[in-house]
Design a protein around this ligand. Structure first.
Ligand SMILES: [Zn+2]
Length: 237
């Protein structure tokens, strides 16, 4: 896989990103422990970058297991993952002896002063999750919410479940649980309002009202991927 350079960027008082151009992983630092959300696209010194901002114990949490989120899992001795995503995490991607902890809807990762609640959002992958800090009004969305283009072609994708997950997230945003989204790809942070554009895009694909354009993307087994756009958001399907 192409090698991307990695740099640590401070995004907020307790939020950092390990930026690898095409994807970012988040380092969230509480008073008792820290969490790294995802593990990047190509090998980089994750342990060293995390140690430059905290000495606290650090675990990794998988928003999902696509290859652009797992390249440095061997830097961690504990990995949180959703049970529906667990079968996709092959053993060659993490170190021997790593503790795998399954997490699902409503579970809370307490870092001390920061509580991250697990929100299931299947669709992009079966066990995709987001982490919500209700106190700060922030959702770490993984690949479920971003300007994208969000990948919805190929194996493990479920466009109907994806749309359901977006509707659920918009409901949560409308009821005041979060207003700011920290996505793994593209611009960060973004307003929760972009969820409505993604919903319109996903619905337009479903009912045929949005016409896809040739994307130029070629993946094994997915030769005719189309790009669908609505507002600033896009979906590859
Ligand atoms: Zn991704």
């Amino acid at each position: 896989m192409e090698k991307f350079t990695a740099s640590l960027v401070k995004l907020g008082e307790w939020i950092y990103a390990i930026d690898q151009q095409m994807v970012r992983s988040f380092v969230i630092v509480g008073t008792e422990s820290a969490l790294c959300l995802d593990a990047g696209v190509s090998p980089a010194d994750f342990a060293g970058m995390i140690r430059s901002v905290t000495d606290l114990p650090v675990a990794c949490c998988m928003s999902h297991t696509d290859g652009d989120h797992t390249a440095n899992l061997n830097a961690f001795s504990r990995i949180y993952i959703h049970p529906a995503e667990r079968p996709l995490l092959t053993q060659d991607r993490y170190a021997e002896g790593t503790e795998i902890v399954e997490i699902s809807e409503g579970d809370c990762i307490d870092l001390g002063g920061i509580r991250l609640k697990v929100v299931e959002c299947p669709g992009h992958t079966p066990g995709s999750i987001a982490l919500m800090d209700e106190q700060a009004g922030i959702l770490f969305s993984g690949d479920t919410v971003s300007y994208g283009p969000v990948y919805l072609f190929g194996g493990h994708r479920d466009p109907d479940k994806y749309l359901e997950s977006l509707l659920k997230l918009r409901g949560m945003a409308e009821s005041g649980k979060f207003d700011t989204v920290y996505p793994s790809h593209n611009t960060c942070p973004v307003s929760a309002e972009i969820i409505s554009d993604l919903i319109a895009c996903a619905q337009g694909i479903k009912d045929g009202s949005i016409i896809g354009q040739p994307s130029g993307l070629t993946f094994p087994g997915a030769e005719n991927v189309l790009l669908y756009t609505y507002g600033k958001c896009g979906i590859y399907r």
